[in-house]
Design a protein around this ligand. Structure first.
Ligand code: ACO
Length: 399
């Protein structure tokens, strides 16, 4: 007899969108990933144009408010972020009290959740406004606060691990320069600030990826913005997503010298193992973020004495793409393959790489949930039940 599961009867043919492949969450104006051609746009602007002609603050404004800011809109935005001058003492204490060898992404997630405990107004917004449309403006202010404070917490976590005191932002510096300053205690030179700014711009938003979807799901229950961002950080952490940058660098470092790179790739293929930093659900062409980052990685590695590392990476790229093309597979480096090299050459400890990603992506996370809020409907997919039916409980002493 066929098993009856709601409207699904077995045996039958079901198209499972494994990993929700092909599922559409909503209609958005925030950003578009053209996976066939390898283009990425934020609100109609290409990432290449934004990297060349804007900065991270302008891009965050663009994503959150919908337009590139005028000078006065940017000044207002900056002053809102600068108002978040310091982390609450309780959050600073929490960061200091966490084991210094825990992963900084876990520490960041804890810090963002703790920030929510300190912001009673921010916590109440979505849950107590009966019409979600009305709460967007208030929620946007909370979002801007979280953007600044997530950066502050990320820098504090990095600083404490190096044995330094937690620094407050310097009111003279922009978002990116402040992030670097709060991590190191030194005001960065323009070249360093600019490279970091490009990295943050490139990672600010990227369609309905796992962490953005996580943020959407959490916020769709009208949970507060802190819970939303803390959950998204958890989702970003894994090596299949934002944690790939640290895993990719570890792999390249493990190769040793460039002459061993081909052999390393061959052994990965022989063992049927994935190469971290390659492949993407949407891109069937080269990830445009990787194109920009590869140029910076090459220059920085050469300047900072990591020639071998860069050459190993470039050989891995060539070898993997050649083998994939021969197998008819469109698998190319993604953003995480070269971002790790850039961060390494800039001197960041490897576990900090996904944290930098999280700071950048906070703009995209908050922009996407704010866009969805006026038409909010809770996310609630279903699974096909294929388990046992008509079971009877046998008392424990008879099992
Ligand atoms: N190395 C080797 N083969 C790969 C790779 C890879 N990195 N990525 C995908 N493939 C192959 C798979 O083996 C599979 O082949 P098959 O059809 O013959 O079985 C096919 O390509 C499809 O792979 P899936 O894992 O099903 O693709 P999915 O869309 O589910 O996963 C993901 C995308 C997670 C990015 C995957 O490509 C991967 O694991 N890459 C390595 C981890 C990584 O770099 N993650 C960062 C992504 S970018 C970001 O999130 C910021």
């Amino acid at each position: 007899m066929a098993k009856f599961m709601g409207r699904v009867e077995f045996p039958c043919t079901i198209e499972l969108g494994k990993g929700l492949e092909g599922a559409i969450t909503n209609i958005t104006k925030i950003g578009y990933v053209d996976g066939q051609e390898g283009h990425l746009v934020y609100r109609g602007y290409s990432i290449e144009d934004l990297c060349e002609n804007s900065n991270y603050e302008e891009v965050a404004y663009l994503l959150i408010y919908g337009n590139l800011p005028t000078a006065s809109q940017l000044a207002d935005f900056e002053s809102k972020m600068r108002a978040e001058r310091t982390l609450p003492d309780e959050v600073k204490e929490l960061i200091k009290s966490l084991p210094h060898d825990c992963h900084p992404m876990n520490a960041l997630q804890a810090a963002v959740a703790a920030m929510g405990c300190m912001d009673h107004d921010g916590l109440e917004v979505t849950r107590h406004v009966s019409n979600p449309k009305e709460s967007v403006d208030v929620e946007r202010d909370v979002a801007v606060r979280i953007l600044a404070q997530t950066r502050n917490a990320a820098a504090a976590i990095a600083r404490v691990r190096k044995g330094g005191d937690i620094l407050d932002p310097n009111p003279e510096l922009d978002f990116t320069a402040n992030y670097l300053y709060m991590m190191s205690g030194e005001i960065p030179d323009e070249t360093r600030r600019r490279v970091m700014d490009v990295c943050l711009i490139l990672q600010a938003d990227h369609g309905m990826n796992a962490s953005t979807f996580t943020a959407m799901v959490v916020h769709s229950s009208l949970a507060d913005m802190y819970s939303t961002i803390a959950a998204a950080i958890g989702s970003l952490r894994g090596p299949l997503h934002g944690g790939a940058n640290e895993a990719a660098l570890a792999d390249i470092q493990s190769i040793g010298t460039p002459d061993k790179a081909k052999e390393w790739v061959a052994s990965r293929f022989a063992q049927n193992e994935k190469i971290i930093g390659f492949g993407h659900r949407v891109y069937k062409a080269l990830d445009p973020r990787a194109v920009v980052l590869k140029g910076h990685a090459e220059r920085l590695c050469r300047e900072h004495g990591f020639n071998d590392l860069y050459e190993s990476a470039a050989t891995v790229e060539k070898e993997v793409t050649t083998r994939m093309e021969a197998a008819g597979k469109k698998i190319y480096p993604n953003v995480d393959f070269y971002s790790g090299l850039v961060y390494h050459a800039l001197g960041f400890p490897t576990p900090q790489f996904p944290v930098i990603f999280a700071v950048a992506r906070t703009a995209g996370w908050v922009a996407r949930v704010l866009e969805y809020l006026p038409e909010n409907r809770i996310f609630r997919p279903r699974a096909v039940y294929d388990g046992a039916v008509d079971q009877k409980v046998v008392p424990i002493n008879q099992r």
